[in-house]
Design a binder for this molecule. Structure first.
Ligand code: ATR
Length: 514
């Protein structure tokens, strides 16, 4: 089973021990980053393994490999020797591992290490790209049968992550550590076991002086508790969410919490992706069972489906993929989530005789328009790009227009309910109000599909005019419940829902996913 290794990056050994103790129950081993220690502390490292009480990697990282050691190779080798000196017959008092870069060649040091049971981690770092032939690198780096080879590359795209995964699969049977650093590489850290990696490096995010030692590192406690890293095995079912930039997603917290409470052997992972093609290859290589799809891939994912529900066909957008024998089955749970949420909000059984404005004509608006039509509403679609509003409105015989004076004027005839579906106002996106020119009468029922922030400028203005308002949180939860049923084939455990609703209509604070 892959191990969780906490990177200790404090300036003093005492502080490292303090944080280690705080995280002890969540981790299997630690890496002492000697290069992060103050110079006078570096001479005291020899006693650290005994004080730590769990296996320790001795690492003195150079600046060219992303570390802080500036004093030259002779001084570095000297420090490594100091760490290994006075080896103890009780191996627990020695460093369990010594990280030596592949281009460092000091046979006497390696011999000294091996004599007293310190294993060599032969490491290669590429902080820029994945130009290297990773499989060839993994094979050529090993000098002794007992070596663990480590390749850490900067993943600049989803293709890079796939490249690392494939290289790992080519080298099965070889003890190795594989890390795809950076934003795209998150899955390599959570799914270390599936990548064939001996360990996953993690950080202590709760400590202000313990920031990630490498880009993309996850908090060790989160890795162990939210992702249940230690209980993952080859039988664990993998689910996830893809999108770009995917900076705001509560779905991993939602699904992993329920999987944990319901004792389902499954994990749900963010797969931020710059290419839907690469993402689909990656999730197939990882044997992912189900995928939530968000902005901007809800339409782009449709060609990958081997079969799809009538809703997906009609809407032309898909937010849920389930693996079956034939390939990917496409479902749209936004539709059901939206209509359930809107009917609950308005307290109506249907929308006959209701006149509704939809702002936006993207993937989410497609599901909204489909449901409004199904429930009997008459609607107006307004969008920045005019032809998209026209194309979305046409099959339903809805009215359409732009986000300009003319379009806003039309809203006066479609103002029972107003639904905002664009990304304007969403955290990490364009701020503002997409219909700033519109004056609310105060009688409209207003819904914004955005849930972070809880109150957009658009909703705030509506509320100030006296309108009833609702953000997209309720819809998010409802569509996720439908996804859960699709993914697991089980009924949704309704009694767990209150856990996910805070008094402000969002996730409880501790739920926020970094
Ligand atoms: P989603 O799946 O969330 O609907 P999408 O398919 O990318 O995402 O659609 C985004 C929607 O937000 C579109 O209606 C888009 O308008 P365009 O079709 O003109 O691109 C709208 N949108 C995004 N940024 C916008 C902005 N700055 N002003 C107005 N509308 C914007």
């Amino acid at each position: 089973m892959a191990k969780i290794c906490l990177c200790l990056t404090a300036k003093t050994l005492a502080r490292n021990l303090e944080v280690l103790d705080k995280y002890r129950k969540h981790i299997d081993m630690v890496e002492l980053r000697v290069d992060c220690l103050e110079p006078n502390e570096r001479f005291l490292i020899r006693s650290f393994p005994e004080q730590a009480g769990l296996p320790v990697i001795l690492t003195i990282r150079r600046e060219i490999d992303g570390g802080h050691f500036e004093s030259g190779e002779a001084a570095r080798i000297n420090l490594m020797a100091r760490g290994l000196a006075y080896a103890n017959a009780d191996r627990r008092r020695n460093f369990a591992y010594l990280d030596i870069e592949e281009d460092l060649n000091v046979p006497s040091l390696e011999e000294a290490a091996r004599t007293f049971g310190t294993r060599i981690i032969r490491s290669y770092h590429n902080l820029k790209d994945t130009e290297t032939d990773i499989a060839a690198k993994l094979r050529s780096m090993r000098r002794s049968a007992d070596d663990i080879v480590k390749v850490a590359i900067m993943a600049n795209s989803t293709w890079d992550v796939l490249k690392l995964l494939r290289a790992g699969k080519e080298c099965t049977g070889q003890e190795k550590i594989l890390v795809a650093m950076g934003y795209y590489g998150l899955c390599s850290r959570i799914l270390a076991e599936q990548f064939g990696s001996f360990l996953s490096y993690a950080c202590a995010l709760s400590e202000p002086d313990f920031q990630p030692a490498a880009p993309g590192q996850i908090d060790a406690q989160k890795l162990e508790q939210q992702y249940r890293f230690r209980s993952m095995s080859s039988a664990t079912k993998i689910y996830g969410i893809t999108g770009y930039p995917l900076t705001v997603t509560h779905s991993p917290y939602f699904f992993n919490t329920i999987f944990g409470l319901e004792e389902i052997d499954a994990v749900y992972i963010p797969f931020p992706a710059d290419s839907i093609n690469a993402c689909m290859e990656l999730i197939e290589a990882l044997k992912v069972e189900g995928l939530s799809v968000t902005v901007p891939y809800k339409e782009a994912v449709v060609p990958f489906l081997s079969n799809q529900t009538m809703e997906v066909r009609n809407i032309g957008a898909c937010n849920t993929l389930c693996s079956d024998r034939r390939g990917w089955q496409g479902v749209n749970t936004d539709a059901g989530g939206f209509s359930d949420s809107l009917l609950a909000f308005t307290g109506r059984p249907h929308l006959k005789r209701q006149r509704v404005t939809v702002i936006g004509a993207g993937g989410s608006a497609r599901a909204v328009a489909h449901e409004l039509h199904r429930m009997g509403a008459k609607a107006l679609i307004l969008n920045r790009t005019l032809y998209k509003a026209r194309d979305l409105a046409a099959p339903y015989r809805f009215a359409w227009g732009g986000l300009d004076n003319q379009g806003i004027e039309k809203m006066n005839k479609y103002r029972d309910i107003i639904i905002q579906t664009t990304s304007v106002g969403m955290e990490g996106s364009t701020m503002g109000d997409p219909v700033a020119l519109y004056s609310f009468s105060g009688r409209e029922e207003v819904m914004d599909l955005i849930y972070k922030p809880e109150m957009t400028a658009f909703l705030k203005r509506a509320a100030e005019a006296g309108c009833r308002i609702q953000n997209g949180f309720d819809m998010l939860i409802r569509q996720a419940c439908y996804q859960y049923i699709r993914f697991t084939g089980k009924e949704f455990p309704e009694h767990l829902l209150p856990r996910f609703r805070s008094s402000t209509g969002g996730f409880p604070q501790q739920a926020a996913t970094k």
